[in-house]
Design a protein around this ligand. Sequence first.
Ligand code: KG4
Ligand code: ZN
Length: 344
Amino acid sequence: MPVAGALQNILGIETSCDETAVAVYSRQRGLLAHQIYSQVALHAEYGGVVPELASRDHVRKLAPLIAAALAEAGLSRADGIAYTRGPGLLGALLVGGAVARGLGMAWQVPVLGVHHMEGHLLSPLLEPDAPAFPFVALLVSGGHTLLVAVEGVGRYRQLGTTLDDAVGEAFDKTAKLLGLGYPGGPALARLAEDGAPGRFVFPRPMLDRPGLDFSFSGLKTAVALAVRDAGPADHADIARGFEEAVTETLAVKCRRALQETGYARLVVAGGVGANRRLREQLDAAATAHDFRVYFPRHAFCTDNGAMIAHVGALRLPGDARAACAPDPMAVARWPLHELAPPGA
Ligand code: KG4
Ligand code: ZN
């Protein structure tokens, strides 16, 4: 929606984990540029993200990526800056925050610290066929598993969360058990493509209980036992069984959340939202139960700068009074319910 005279072009900076990502979002013209540098190769030999290495690499890559994004957008500066303030790895977040504040001072523009999960939550609004409010959002990433009722920007009610591992974490740990590299989720999904469905049937965690919370540790144990007793030839079938247990569980809980809220739209966001079988399960449920499901494109499911610039465009200049001083500059933890609508 065009907003005349307001800050037009927002620079978005994402450095919460192992992607350095920058984007420029125009209120009038939408996304003008997005650039991403993945540190996957850097962390691969350690089997997971090494926080200190992540911070140092953000330092190396962030300034050139900002220059590239501005060039792609045909701009020499932006009118406002949004950076990921949390949750995430503190050292990595501080790199983005410090650069954002420095640029804000140099350009004399407002700087806003954005909640990473709000970025994911609202990322389907970046797409041409954007969902209207209200909707239920399923947020499934390496660090989070959340079902949220979204009534508007900053109006979020948590419906359910995981009691132990996040879904992405469960994918990554199971991938490790199967001897797959980091990051495990996509590798496990690829292996599962070759697996026979139904040969390994793992527990569907907490489906027998009411409520919208998740738990994946029991499933992880069941898979570990299966791997112990199986040979490498069975790994694809195990991967398939694991993926089916997880995606079916998520699909059932999503449907419950829609029934509880009475909403007719479901939005899926976060890295695991890229999983093909999850998409198939939810598409099938949507057809059977008459709701609509929205998936952001793959590049906007995983961490990206577009979702941060987009939240900046929605919240600036309404939040400009709070901008430039969202102290502390970075926070490792930040409950979603602390957010309020813009300007509130
Ligand atoms: O949102 P994201 O990029 O980063 C944060 O955690 O914030 O999500 C990364 C997670 C990782 O656990 C990764 O293994 C998982 O998303 N993932 C997948 C797939 N692509 C990424 N899990 C299952 N299937 C996929 N295709
Ligand atoms: Zn994320």
